[in-house]
Design a protein around this ligand. Sequence first.
Ligand code: AMP
Length: 299
Amino acid sequence: MSLIVVGSVALDSVETPLGKRDDMLGGSAVYCTLAASHFTNAKLVGVVGEDFPEKAIELLRARKIDLSGLETKPGKTFRWSGVYSDDMNERETLYTELNVFEDFNPTIPEDVRAAELVFLGNISPALQLNVLEQMTGTQFVAMDTMNFWIDGARDELIEVLRKVDAVIINDSEARQLSGSANLLAAARAIQKIGCPTVLIKKGEHGCFQVCRDDCFVAPAYPLETVVDPTGAGDTFAGGFMGHLARAGSSDPRTLREAVIYGSVMASFVVEQFGVEGLLELTDAKIGQRYTEFRNLVSF
Ligand code: AMP
């Protein structure tokens, strides 16, 4: 099955207790497609400015990511900067410069409209709906969102939730969206809105998935050193969707496996700055960590 990912393409400047990097390749669609590229030929839909480095394009092409949906517009690329607390559990955004991303209006190229799998990154619910309207043969759609849209575009967000198969959000977003402090109750409330699979990420504490009646809990892979947590959530989504594309299924068992592949990919990305941890990966390394996950939870 083929996978299309719509989201931001960015130049990120990040500071963590372990160092600082400027203008790194980033953005939700980049993290997601790079992770998915280890499972399938992912297609990226996004926008960049004329300043977007050719080296970054080459890097994405080297991972066989289809860039026919990546537009270059006059102006500057989206830029984001953040600084992490000492324990890396808190992050302060220093700036968000939308630039060409401000007028992003995703156009899905004709030859990728038939993609069966879609990941709607964190863009406005109106744009997410617009993407879905352009698609012709979707079988499984997952979405992300954030507090900004939950507060500011709730009605449209609910309309998207009713049209997708899965939502992948973090714990605070799930609480905000559902109005429930208890995460299981929050997942059930989101299912009631009309989204059958709800995946709630809890950072270093792992995640849990409620898929109709099936409830699945996964830990985060225990790492002694985290270098840069940026993009972990989008990378998780890339591993998750990539596995579904490769398996050609979204039955409950495959969804459980996909959660583990998502967690495996997220564990690799946080070990290095930016997207570095996703570039040198091999199938053998991914498979080995997947097996370690199985051993971690076996009792
Ligand atoms: P995460 O760590 O999962 O929140 O993802 C961080 C990535 O999201 C970075 O690469 C940023 O460039 C990107 N990002 C930050 N803010 C936004 C935003 N408002 N819209 C879209 N992407 C964003």
